[in-house]
Design a protein around this ligand. Structure first.
Ligand code: SAM
Ligand code: SF4
Length: 498
């Protein structure tokens, strides 16, 4: 139950949120009846129409054009397994065409779990006494950061509950602490943030400390479901405040934003159209669509019966469809598959869904990395993870499947964000940077953190394979990459990127 001070903080903020909603400066972009009628209209698409859309999606890989709502409604209604195979094949192909065969790795870092909201599905909700909630002190946060950089991580997504103890100032201090951490070659080079919607002035402060991508998931675009799962009187209960959070962030200067849906709250077909309308609205308003799309799936959580009882739980089979359609729908976006999913499914979804970013070695209890040996601390977690392999085990798996594990953060540090990044992704030339910087950051991992098994496959197979790719596709930088690999090995230089 909330304390008096928390109730007052929420009430005061809610008043300001409602004022903002009453004078919302952005046009409406999502209409329930449009989504419903679009899904109905395309219930019975014929094979030729589906094949046309798949062809169009492939063509879009080098122009960055998104599919239309009608196209997406056709795809989500496909029933023929053979056509789905063609969709999966196209998803993998589009991913390789835009980003190359690399997977960017990051770690989630839960910084603060107290929350004034009461989302029915979340272990951190205020009405759940079974999960112990706490905010890390800056000293505790440093210990977590050290545990992460000591295994080789360079990118984070820092996660916060919505609470006076974890307001935008706390977020700023946490991000600064992340960028200050150093241990030998270990450092954090990109700190992304997943936190509740903020006001413009707050976003500006968060932007000023140099956050990477800012993520907010709408959870569900279906307003009646949203209202049922997020009680009125809580901050999260305000649908429009959340729906336009990424608009406010972009207008405050945060030009890489990430959207997402918590799949399992409502019909996944509807949610995919919601994501598309949202991406279209950002493109229209700012000329920059979502940097990433996330598709967390509802997982069991301590003291949270809804998480296993929702009538819309998504099967593994449908989950693969969701990820693949996102790739066809929005070819340029980063696609994030989390450790919520089991290892076998993760393997399949990378291949057939066109995934580009994944977390690994994840612990999601607040303070969990300092107790890395415990895969789960259920009474301190928001939900339970299904893939708790170590970062090194995960990388070995990626290498065995032929992928290039990447810790690249060069785009962000070279100013390739927002409107500077989009043309590269939309014209599928970003892979030239991705593979080159992927090789360099993987070399750092091999030199500084890898097990013998990873070092062997990395040196004998992965680096040579991708150097060959560079020789064939971007010969102009091949000499520089080899020189940098050598500088790292012989002269212990680090953080070399193009
Ligand atoms: N409190 C902020 C918010 O809600 O925007 C920060 C993020 S919350 C800690 C991160 C995300 O976890 C939520 O946006 C939601 O999509 C997801 N989540 C919540 N409960 C979950 C569950 N039971 N299983 C899987 N994901 C869950
Ligand atoms: Fe709080 Fe976010 Fe959990 Fe909702 S999903 S209870 S806002 S931490």
């Amino acid at each position: 139950m909330l304390k008096q001070a928390e109730i007052l903080w929420q009430r005061e903020r809610l008043t300001r949120v409602r004022e903002w909603q009453d004078h919302r400066p952005y046009a409406e972009f999502l209409k329930d009846e449009n989504i419903q009628s679009c899904l109905c209209r395309h219930r019975l698409a014929d094979r030729a129409q589906v094949e046309d859309i798949i062809r169009k999606a492939r063509d879009n890989a080098t122009t960055g054009t998104m599919l239309s709502p009608d196209d997406v409604a056709v795809l989500v209604n496909v029933e023929d397994p053979q056509l789905w195979e063609s969709i999966y094949e196209a998803a993998g192909w589009i991913k390789r065409t835009v980003y190359g065969n690399r997977i960017v790795l990051f770690a989630p870092l839960y910084v603060s779990s107290p929350c004034v909201n009461d989302c029915t599905y979340c272990g951190f909700r205020s009405g759940n006494p079974e999960v112990h909630k706490r905010s890390l002190t800056i000293e505790e946060l440093r210990r977590e950061l050290l545990a992460l950089v000591d295994v080789g991580h360079k990118r984070l997504i820092m996660v916060f509950g919505e609470h006076p103890a974890s307001d935008h100032e706390y977020i700023c201090r946490s991000v600064e602490a992340a960028y200050q951490i150093k241990n030998g070659p270990g450092e954090i080079r990109r700190a992304n943030v997943n936190a509740a919607p903020l006001f413009d002035s707050e976003y500006k402060e968060v932007h000023a400390v140099g956050i990477g991508t800012y993520q907010v998931f709408q959870e569900t675009y279906h307003r009646p479901t949203y209202e049922r799962l997020h009680p009125k009187g809580t901050l999260k209960g305000e649908y429009d405040w959340r729906l336009y959070a990424l608009h406010r962030a972009q207008s405050a200067g945060i030009d890489d934003v990430g959207m997402g849906v918590l799949f399992g709250l409502y019909d996944w077909r509807y949610e995919l159209l919601g994501l598309l309308y949202h991406a279209m609205a950002l493109e229209k308003e700012f000329g920059v669509g979502p940097h990433t799309i996330s598709y967390p799936r509802l997982e069991p959580a301590e003291g949270t019966p809804f998480a296993t009882r929702s009538p819309w739980i998504v099967s593994d089979h449908d989950f693969l469809k969701i990820v693949a359609v996102i790739r066809l729908m929005c070819p340029y976006t980063g696609s994030i598959l989390t450790a919520r999913e089991k290892p076998d499914l993760r393997r399949q979804v990378i291949r057939q869904g066109g995934v580009s970013q994944m977390d690994a070695g994840s612990r999601i209890a607040v303070g969990g990395y300092s107790q890395m040996e415990h895969a789960h601390l259920p009474d301190r977690q928001q939900f339970l993870l299904a893939d708790t392999r170590s970062l090194d085990e995960f990388i070995l798996d990626l290498c065995q499947e032929g992928y290039l594990p990447s810790f690249c953060t060069a785009g962000y540090r070279e100013g390739r964000t927002g409107a500077n990044f989009m043309p590269l992704a939309k014209h599928a030339t970003v892979k030239n940077f991705c593979i080159a910087n992927g090789i360099l950051t993987f070399q750092e991992y091999l030199l500084d953190y890898a097990s013998e098994a990873v070092r062997k496959i990395g040196r004998e197979r992965i680096i040579p394979n991708y150097l060959e790719w560079i020789d064939a596709q971007v010969p102009a930088v091949a000499g520089r990459i080899r020189e940098n690999l050598n500088r790292m090995e012989v002269h212990t230089n680090r953080d070399l990127h193009i």
